[in-house]
Design a protein around this ligand. Structure first.
Ligand code: GRF
Length: 190
């Protein structure tokens, strides 16, 4: 059984989806949810599911504690789902090519520091793009620059707004993230 940790900073809807999608898996177990912000909903859900939930500030001390917790829980992979912090070298060394992120745009466009949430969709609409989508990629030491694993696209209509695009992108994430991660973690099954 591969044990994964999911790191979040926001609502955590992708983490909730993954908890549900993998709850019946005999190959992937969500063993830890780490949030860099308080999250009552995820804390309660993890309690109900018997999954470790850990909240802490993202400071030097807590980064060390978090890595120790991942080692203690024998975490094999780290999935970033709306995690807004830059991953330090210590994690990249311990999880070489074993960290995956999801970005709500078609990288390499509309990525990098500060490009998250509505900032992304505002930029895509402002650039008059005819399509957008999601990018699932390996994590390296820079924001949104790791090797791309998969991309899924959605057309942008004439009257599209950043808000309507955000809804379409969220649906795409919830549909594809879990399967895309599973294909990387257990390639033999796909
Ligand atoms: C998603 O748009 C994801 O692509 C980005 O952050 C958002 C996370 O949303 N990295 P949620 O916290 O999973 O609802």
């Amino acid at each position: 059984m591969l044990k994964i940790a999911i790191f979040i900073s926001g609502e955590g809807s992708n983490a909730v989806k993954m908890l549900d999608n993998y709850s019946k898996s005999n190959a992937i177990e969500v063993a830890l949810i780490y949030s860099s912000r308080p999250n009552k909903h995820l804390k309660a859900l993890c309690k109900q599911l018997g999954v470790v939930f850990h909240y802490s500030l993202w400071n030097e001390n807590e980064k060390i504690n978090l890595l120790e917790l991942c080692k203690k829980l024998s975490i094999d992979w780290v999935i970033l789902a709306g995690f807004l912090k830059l991953i330090p070298e210590s994690f990249l060394t311990h999880f070489p090519n074993k960290m995956i992120n999801i970005h709500p745009a078609l990288l390499p466009k509309f990525g990098g520091k500060g490009m998250y949430g509505m900032h992304v969709h505002n930029a895509v609409i402002h650039a008059k793009e005819v399509e957008s989508g999601i990018t699932i990629h390996y994590v390296n030491g820079s924001y949104d620059e790791g090797q791309i694993i998969a991309q899924f696209k959605v057309a942008i209509s004439e009257e599209e707004t950043p808000e309507t695009l955000a809804v379409k992108i969220r649906a795409l994430e919830h549909k594809h993230f879990s399967d895309s991660v599973a294909k990387v973690l257990i390639p033999s099954r796909h």
